[in-house]
Structure formats: structure tokens, C-alpha cells
Design a protein around this ligand. Structure first.
Ligand code: SF4
Ligand code: SF4
Length: 393
């Protein structure tokens, strides 16, 4: 048996589908320039691709046919040599479909190997989100905002080739920089993109992450019944209705909190979160009525509090709210936790509103951060900014 390499690419469904595919293809074709064989595939079946949902794909490369076949026999690689994460909000965990709970981004990474994340944040900040694990690994950052595009439009901001440059640096046994450049020059026909790969290769660095270092959060998980334990007939559990809940200050019960699905929390799909100004809310109910995920709790005060375990970050509430800046979609990577915003507001109104003001000031426009293609010309505007970041690092 020869040497087998497996690379996992974790990305946001639809918004980064083409980007992930281009990276996986680039890995295989760069390795082919060295006489290796490979295949890339998306892991479908268990995780149908939807807007923003954490999704995975793999590149499998080997130096002989027999080894490649053995590697391909696995439906999804259980041990990978490299994990690439295309949006840093995925570092909070991956829940691509509702049957295994939340998984850390490095769940399949071999000990001592490298996790590459596209981010504008530094390693200590990312490690507040990335769950701790028992084996050490290396963390490297490709400096940049998450590159989002759409199903039929692709934002060619060089993220794909920058990742190839970083891979050539940390896993030269898979392919060299020269092989990556050959692929870019011959197949992508862009000397500018080849230069971007080289720039990333030259500056890419990793930090060592020790065993036990990182986010201490317990990942939610559950045991699925074995087929022998399943009941006959339809076995979808009925959902209880929910009811009033207590004001954290007065302890008086009121409002309405629906009971939510404990097996599918939806928040790993979110790249932006709604930040609510409860002081200006006019209780019009529009956000509650229009939320596709029934994510709002009706507070005992009659305002509406997005339950952040259920919110997928679609932004509809912010679009329909009639009060200016009452709901603002803000970058998810600024937060570490899903605590109730209303509880925080009740405990200290002034402190909450001050924090909200700072958060809103830092908020990026929605078309930059998420939700794919919004208007004609959007990507042409965004690409020069992305290339500037790529140049400076
Ligand atoms: S962003 Fe707003 S509308 Fe969308 S799921 Fe979250 S709370 Fe509901
Ligand atoms: S849409 Fe805006 S104003 Fe209306 S209830 Fe929701 S947060 Fe309040």
C-alpha cells in the first residue's frame, strides 16, 4: 500500500459550494502534476445542501491506484491529513443534519496535523470558538473574510488559490507550490492567481494548539436508537407546545416560549445573528410572524427575543421590522454563546444598549457577510477589497 492523503473542506452550503468544489478540484489536479491520483467529492446523502448549512467535501489523493481505491471505499474519511474551514463561524461546530448533534470542526483531523481557517480573527480569538480536544494540532489562518457567493454566481477573490498555497506549505508531501502554480497557470490560466498562491505560501504560518486548549463547551449529542429498538409505525416524536416563562428580574411568569427541537438546534447554520433593541420595539409582531424557524420567544414584557439556539440567521426579521435599527444583523463571529438578549437587557438596560451600539457600529453590511447574491454588481464591488486583504495578509 502506498501513501494516502485525505483533505476535508468544511464550507457553508450553497454560499460556498463552488468555492469548496474549486479547492477540492485544485488539490487533486495539483497532486496529479506530481504523478499522484485523486478524486474529490461532496458528502451528500446525509446532509442535503441548503443555504448556509455546514457542509463537507473531500479530496482523496494517493500515489497508486490500489491505495486510492482503498481510500475511496470510505463514505467519508474518518481521519484526515488536513481540514480546511472556509468560514470562521463554522469553528463553533458543525451540525449538517439532525442526526449526530454538534461536531467540532477538527473531529476527523489526525493528531499533530493542521486546521486551516479563513478568517480575519487571530488564533486566540478563534480558539474561543474551536472546541478543545485531547490531541494537539496546528492552527493556521488564511487572512480574509469568508467568501460567499451563490448557486450560479462565483466571486473569484482568489480564496481558492490562497488555500492551495497554504496547503503546499503545510503538507508538501501532497503537492509542492510549483505543482499548484502549474495547475493554476495551465487550468485557471491566471498568472495573477498563481502569484496569490505564492504570496500565501510564503507568509502562511501555524501555531501549535495544545491538548485541552480551546472552547470548553460540551457539544450537544444524542444516541440514535438501533434499528432493533425502533417502534413499529410512525415514530416522529410529537412536540409539546410550550408556555409562559419567568422574567429574570421580577420572577413573574409571562409571555410564551415554544418548546423547541432538542435534536436540531439550527444555530450552526448562522453566519449573522439578529441584535435586538428592546427599548425601541413597538411590539408589532412582524418579526415573530415572519420568522421561518419560529425562533422568537414572546417575552413577559411583550417584546420579541430571538432564541439563539433556534435562529438560523436568515435576516428576515431585520428586513420586516418597521423600526429603524430595532433589529440589526451582525457578524456571528463576534459572539461566543447563545444567551438570551432580553435577559441581558432586563438585567442592565443601559449596559445592554451601550453594548448594542458598539456591536452595530462594528456590523458589516448584510451583503458582505452572508445570504449570497443580493444585487447585480455586488461581487465586482467586493473583489477589490478581498484582493487588498489577500495582498496585505
Ligand atoms: S434571523 Fe430572524 S427571522 Fe431568521 S431565523 Fe433568526 S430570528 Fe428568525
Ligand atoms: S418587528 Fe421589530 S418592532 Fe415589531 S415586534 Fe419585532 S422587534 Fe419589535
Amino acid at each position: 500500500m502506498g501513501q494516502l492523503f485525505a483533505v476535508e473542506v468544511i464550507y457553508r452550503g450553497v454560499f460556498q459550494k463552488t468555492l469548496a468544489k474549486n479547492i477540492r478540484r485544485g488539490i487533486v489536479l495539483a497532486a496529479r502534476n506530481e504523478g499522484k491520483l485523486g478524486i474529490s467529492f461532496g458528502r451528500y446523502g446525509d446532509s442535503p445542501e441548503r443555504n448556509g448549512i455546514p457542509a463537507k467535501g473531500f479530496s482523496i489523493v494517493a500515489n497508486d491506484e490500489q491505495t486510492l481505491e482503498a481510500g475511496m471505499a470510505e463514505y467519508a474519511s474518518k481521519q484526515v491529513d488536513l481540514t480546511v474551514v472556509l468560514d470562521d463561524t463554522l469553528c463553533k461546530g458543525v451540525e449538517s443534519w439532525a442526526w449526530y448533534g454538534l461536531q467540532p470542526v477538527h473531529s476527523t483531523l489526525k493528531p499533530g496535523h493542521t486546521l486551516i481557517v479563513v478568517s480575519l480573527q487571530d488564533a486566540p480569538t478563534l480558539l474561543k470558538s474551536i472546541h478543545r480536544r485531547e490531541q494537539p494540532y496546528k492552527l493556521g489562518i488564511v487572512k480574509g473574510a469568508a467568501s460567499f457567493s451563490g448557486m450560479w454566481v462565483y466571486k473569484d477573490d482568489h480564496t481558492d488559490v490562497r488555500i492551495l498555497g497554504a496547503i503546499a506549505k503545510v503538507l508538501p508531501e501532497l503537492f509542492s507550490l510549483e505543482s499548484a502554480e502549474k495547475f493554476i497557470n495551465e487550468k485557471l490560466k491566471s498568472s495573477l492567481k498563481a502569484a496569490s498562491a505564492r504570496t500565501e505560501f510564503e507568509r502562511f504560518a501555524t501555531v501549535d494548539v495544545k491538548a485541552g486548549q480551546g472552547n470548553p463547551e460540551e457539544l450537544f449529542k444524542f444516541d440514535l436508537p438501533d434499528w432493533k429498538d425502533m417502534r413499529g409505525g410512525v415514530s416522529i416524536k410529537g412536540q409539546p407546545q410550550g408556555g409562559p416563562y419567568a422574567d429574570p428580574v421580577t420572577k413573574q411568569a409571562g409571555g410564551f416560549r415554544p418548546v423547541r427541537n432538542e435534536l436540531f438546534k439550527k444555530y450552526p447554520t448562522r453566519t449573522m445573528r439578529p441584535a435586538v433593541n428592546f427599548a425601541t420595539c413597538i411590539k408589532c409582531t412582524q418579526c415573530w410572524l415572519n420568522c421561518p424557524d419560529a425562533a422568537f420567544d414572546v417575552t413577559p414584557e411583550g417584546t420579541y427575543d430571538p432564541n439563539l439556539e433556534s435562529c438560523c440567521g436568515c435576516g428576515i426579521c431585520a428586513e420586516v421590522c418597521p423600526v429603524k435599527n430595532c433589529i440589526t444583523m451582525v457578524n456571528e463571529s463576534e459572539f461566543h454563546g447563545n444567551d438570551s438578549q432580553w435577559a441581558e437587557f432586563r438585567k442592565g438596560k443601559d449596559a445592554y444598549l451601550k453594548r448594542l451600539e458598539t456591536i452595530i457600529q462594528k456590523a458589516e453590511p448584510i451583503e458582505k457577510r452572508s445570504n449570497g447574491f443580493r444585487y447585480r454588481g455586488q461581487y465586482q464591488e467586493q473583489i477589490p477589497v478581498a484582493l487588498e486583504i489577500a495582498k496585505k495578509g
